[in-house]
Each structure stands twice: as C-alpha cells, then as structure tokens.
Design a binder for this molecule. Structure first.
Ligand code: HEM
Length: 391
C-alpha cells in the first residue's frame, strides 16, 4: 500500500508515522504533488512561519477547495488575515465562550435524556455530532433543526480530502458547496433585514477601514465556522470516549475527579488529534530536514505525526494524563491558531463530564468493529456504539 494511503485509512496510523519520521521526514509524493512533513519541529515551522508558508496561495482548505473557502480566514495571509480575524475574535475570547457554558450543559443534558433510558446509543450520531452543531448554529443564529443538511455538507468537504489532500472527484463537492452557499446567502439576507444578537448579524454590521465584508467573505466565514466548529469537536468527543473506555481505570478516575478532565482532554488532542494535517504553499525556496523545497510547492504538515514525535514527547505512544508540558499542535500554531480552541475545550469538558456522570457502567459495544472516517484531514470514527447499565 502506498505509505500515505495508510495514514488516511487506518485506525492506528501511528507506527507508519514513526517510520516516515525516521526514514523520510520530508517526503515528496509524486502522485499528489505535495511535500509531506512529519517531524514536530518541521510541522511547527510550516504551520507558524506564515511568510514562508502561505495559506492564501492555496493552503488549508483554500483555493484547493475552491468556492466558499477561498475568501475565508483560514485561506488568507496578512494583512487581510489580521483584519478578518479581528472581526471574530471578540466572539471567541475565553470570557465570551465561558458565558456559553450553561447553555452547553443544557444541550448535553437534553441529548442524554433522550438516550439514557435506552441503555445504548451511537455516541457519534446521538451525542458527539448534535452537541457542537447546536452550539455553533445558535451562536451564528441559524436554525439548529437544519443540522442534517449541515452534516451532509461538512461530510462531503471532509471526505473529499483523502490521501494527502487531493479531492477525490468533484461532483458531490461542488454540489454541496453550492447548496451551502445558497443556504447562507438566504440567512445573510434575512439578517440584513432583521438583525439579531448573533454572529452573522455582527459580521454584517462589522467594518474594516470603513468597508463592510464582501458577500464571498461573509459566506466564507459562515462555511468555515460551520465546518470547522462541527466535525472537529465531534471527533474530539468520539476520540476521547474511545480512549477513556479503552482504559477502565481512567474512567473511574475521571468519574471520581472531574477536575482531572481538562488535562485528559489535552492528552486526547495530542494522542488522537482530530485534525491530522494542514496545508500550505511555499512562498519561496526553503529547506526542511535537508530537503530543498522549491517556491510554489504544496506542503502537507502532518499534525498527527508531530504529536507523536519522540523528539518532542517522552514515550509518545503512552496515553499519559499527567504529561507536562504537553505542547501538542492539535490546534495549529501561530496566526492561524484555532479560533475555536476555547470553545472546543469547554464543550469537551462539559459534554464528557455529563456523559461520565449520567451513564454508569459505560462500555464499548464489543461486537461492533470500529471504522475510521476516510480523510487526510480529520481523524475520527464513523460510529461509536456504547452501552451502559440501564437503571
Ligand atoms: C483553525 C483544529 C474546533 C474554528 C484551526 C487550525 C487547526 C484547528 C489545526 C489551524 C489551521 C491552519 O493552521 O491552517 C481544531 C480542532 C478543533 C477545532 C482540533 C476541535 C477539537 C474549532 C471550533 C471552531 C473552530 C469549535 C469554531 C467555532 C476555527 C477557525 C480557524 C481554525 C475559524 C481558522 C483560524 C485562522 O485561520 O486564523 N482549527 N479546531 N475550530 N479553527 Fe479550529
């Protein structure tokens, strides 16, 4: 099997990452025409040195994805990036996010109420997917009842980027983007006439040097927040529950001491990073781990590999909730550092606390084989069937 395909399909890609870090830490993949970067120091540099590694020239979900994402925050370099980011940082400061805590707890309890009596559920479909999507929909002021559509769109965006980021076919992708664009255009028009206390209304009112955002920029924000705020957090929750349930002593410890949860979530972010890779374009000739990369080349920074690099982490294949420091790159680094990190951390803390408290005897349904979502960007499970003691 081609060494990169294994990374996007296997539930345990970590031995393969290790081989690549040791034998070809910066690997040119002819088929996908991209330089793949596997070591922590190199990944960190690619993500954070925005002068050399551009996001705008076709980087993370940018022109490569075309359409909606081309004008979004994640696909721009300074100075435009700085201007766009300043518009949304207010909504995502730790203080602003903390204020969402009670509502997140309410949503978690409501979702658990629906399943608690049944004694079983699919963690992904019944809990980990709806929770972040309801939160982000309410924040944006779009109807959470439309969430099945949101899921279809983000699934298409994510699954189109298998094996090193090259879209595998374009039909469903273009269609999903067109549908998403039309949907958000309608929402934007509605907010123009009836502004509310939501993110879309605030973005409509916002100005940069006396100018409002263009319609493509507004659509880019909406699409990015919906996709970024959704699939990633779902996978963090799924990966956390799988990792905890594989270690029953840890579940007991977390049930007894909820204060231990934030460190456990950080270790899940490192150990099974929901985002495994990000893209850049070399804006100039550059050398990484001895390989000369010409200007204009596409690069894939493998966050999932960097977070298991033994050059940075002691005993990286061990899940260690006491790991300090834990300088994982799961949320990226530098100017594109994940805007939603405080929200994702809060959602994970509240959701996992509720789950562990409400469902005694929580266990994996052992008869079901787990399958990974096929994607080079995200790392998560298609389904995670659980059982518990039905009191
Ligand atoms: C950027 C991961 C949740 C919004 C990023 C980046 C990573 C990441 C790795 C850096 C991209 C780059 O360097 O090109 C994650 C993970 C999440 C998560 C692992 C959950 C566990 C969220 C949430 C939101 C969000 C909940 C919003 C509600 C964004 C945005 C950016 C971003 C807008 C672009 C920031 C910029 O370009 O300045 N995220 N994310 N993310 N994330 Fe997240």
């Amino acid at each position: 099997m081609d060494p990169l395909t294994a990374l996007t399909e296997q539930l345990d890609p970590f031995p393969q990452y290790r081989r690549l870090r040791d034998e070809s830490p910066v690997l040119f993949d002819v088929q996908r025409e991209a330089w793949n970067v596997f070591r922590y120091d190199d990944v960190q540099r690619v993500l954070s040195d925005h002068r050399v590694f551009s996001s705008q020239l076709g980087g993370s979900g940018g022109q490569r994805q075309g359409g909606l994402f081309a004008s979004s925050l994640i696909s721009t370099d300074p100075p435009r990036h700085r201007q766009l980011r300043s518009l949304v940082t207010q909504a995502f400061t730790p203080r602003a996010v903390d204020a969402l805590g009670p509502r997140i707890a309410e949503i978690a309890e409501e979702l658990l109420d629906r399943s608690a009596g049944a004694g079983e559920m699919d963690l992904i479909d019944d809990f980990a997917y709806p929770l972040p999507v309801i939160v982000i929909a309410e924040l944006m002021g779009i109807p959470a009842v439309d969430r099945d559509r949101f899921r279809r769109w983000s699934d298409v965006v994510v699954s189109q980027t298998r094996a090193g980021g090259v879209p595998q076919g374009s039909g469903g992708h273009a269609e999903a983007q067109a549908e998403m664009g039309e949907y958000f255009l309608g929402m934007i028009e509605r907010r123009r006439t009836e502004p509310g206390d939501d993110l879309i209304s605030r973005l409509l009112a916002a100005q940069i040097e006396g100018e409002h955002l263009s319609v493509p920029e507004l659509l880019g924000f909406c699409a990015l927040l919906l996709v970024a705020g959704n699939e990633t957090t779902t996978n963090l929750l799924g990966n956390a529950v799988l990792t905890f349930l594989e270690r029953p002593h840890l579940v007991e410890r977390l049930q007894a001491d909820a204060d231990a949860l934030p460190a456990a979530v950080e270790e899940v972010l490192r150990f099974r990073s929901p985002v495994q890779s990000m893209y850049r374009i070399a804006a100039q000739d550059v050398t990484l781990s001895g390989e000369q990369i010409p200007a204009g080349s596409r690069l894939v920074a493998w966050i999932g590999s960097a977070n298991h690099d033994e050059r940075q982490f002691h005993d990286p294949e061990a899940f260690d909730v006491a790991r300090t420091p834990n300088r994982h790159l799961a949320f990226g680094q530098g100017i594109h550092f994940c805007l939603g990190a405080p929200l994702a951390r809060l959602e994970a803390r509240i959701a996992l606390t509720a789950l562990l408290k409400r469902l005694p005897g929580l266990a994996l349904q052992s008869q079901t084989a787990l399958e990974r979502i096929e994607s080079s960007i995200v790392f998560g499970l298609k389904h995670l069937p659980l059982t518990w003691e039905n009191l």
